[in-house]
Design a binder for this molecule. Structure first.
Ligand code: TXA
Ligand code: MG
Length: 318
């Protein structure tokens, strides 16, 4: 199959309307989209990505009316998030409407919904005329794509079209919040932080830290975000130098707040936001030159730092 790369919303949306998949930009990471109401198209997403069937998809919308087409009921907690943070890098989980295929929700009775904050994406969803089911557009297990070129590298020849947008501003996936119970619960941390949510809710739970072993957001149990290189987290440049001088190995890279001159590749970040923006792209570029080991400097677990540490820890445990 030939993969075309286009900036035309009209061209890309025609593929969706004929039951095909499209790689699409968002402000977090690129997604692999299908018409949520076309079960055959949704099944293709799982085949192309090699995604486990028990990992549900996020459905992307461009209007409030589309949320009503997907959810059984929009709860007061969901209404608050919609009012304060939509469109934006946050996903709400609600009871699903009965018309939604079980393939979209992996058999769950809930559905994840998000309204991306990027003009070309909103125009694309409008032109498709339906909500778009889309996981991140990487082969399962690899880091999420943050540019159209990353999507092309993973999926060239497997999908007919990539809608070309800018590099992703945020760079890590959206915050996923369960809005089905009285206290909103973060299932996956993202750039909308717990403190951001506390500006509108008196209580917020963080699920992964509270429950032992059990997972409510199926995707969070899978190996994720990992480059082929071994990832090691360090407090400082000093700790890295110590490890390297012991092992004597030179084929390593570093991402953090300082430059490491002995590294084959060293990426300086200015803040946690900048770090999140650059991380997945850095992982991919290290794999391209077959770096063996990537050292990542830890960050404070506050603001986007919590989500960043979540992704770094996952990458380091694989
Ligand atoms: O920023 C993002 O969220 C990106 C862009 C493309 O929108 N999408 C993304 O999708 O990261 P994906 O499929 O890679 O991750 C979706 C996450 C998984 O952890 C999945 O388990 C969770 O959302 N999820 C989806 N539906 C759910 C549901 N009904 N209940 C709980 N978790 C759900
Ligand atoms: Mg993903």
């Amino acid at each position: 199959m030939k993969t075309i790369v286009t900036s035309s919303v009209k061209t890309a949306s025609a593929f969706i309307r004929s039951g095909e998949l499209v790689g699409m930009p968002t402000e977090t990471v690129y997604g692999l989209g299908a018409n949520v109401f076309d079960e055959d198209a949704v099944k293709k997403i799982f085949e192309v990505k090699n995604r486990p069937a028990d990992n549900p998809l996020i459905v992307h919308v461009s209007s409030y009316e589309q949320i009503e087409q997907l959810a059984d009921r929009i709860t007061p907690n969901a209404e608050k998030i919609i009012k304060n943070f939509f469109p934006g890098p946050i996903t709400i989980v609600l009871q699903k409407n009965e018309v939604i295929s079980n393939f979209v929700t992996a058999g769950l009775d809930t559905i994840a919904i998000r309204m991306p904050n990027l003009e070309i994406t909103a125009k694309f969803i409008d032109a498709c005329g339906v909500p778009i089911a889309a996981p991140s557009a990487n082969i399962s297990g690899l880091p999420s794509p943050t540019s159209w070129q990353h999507v092309y590298n993973d999926l060239n020849g497997k999908i007919p079209c990539i809608l070309k947008g800018p590099k992703c501003k945020v760079g890590i996936e959206s915050t996923v919040v369960d809005c089905t119970s009285s206290v909103p619960t973060i299932l996956r941390p993202g750039s909308i932080s717990i403190d951001d949510l506390r500006t509108i809710f008196s209580r917020v739970k963080i699920f992964p830290k509270l429950q032992n072993g059990e997972v409510k957001s199926p995707g969070t149990k899978y190996k994720h975000y990992s480059p082929k290189a071994k990832v090691t987290l360090v407090e400082s440049k000093k700790e890295l130098i110590k490890i390297i001088s012991k092992s004597g190995k030179k084929n390593f890279a570093f991402i953090g707040f300082e430059k490491v001159f002995s590294a084959r590749k060293s990426k300086i970040v200015k803040s946690s936001n900048d770090y999140a923006h650059k991380l997945f792209s850095f992982f991919r570029s290290c794999d391209e030159i077959e770096i063996e080991r990537i050292f990542c400097q830890k960050v404070e677990e506050e603001g986007i730092g919590l989500a960043l540490m979540n992704r770094l820890q996952k990458a380091s445990h694989s």
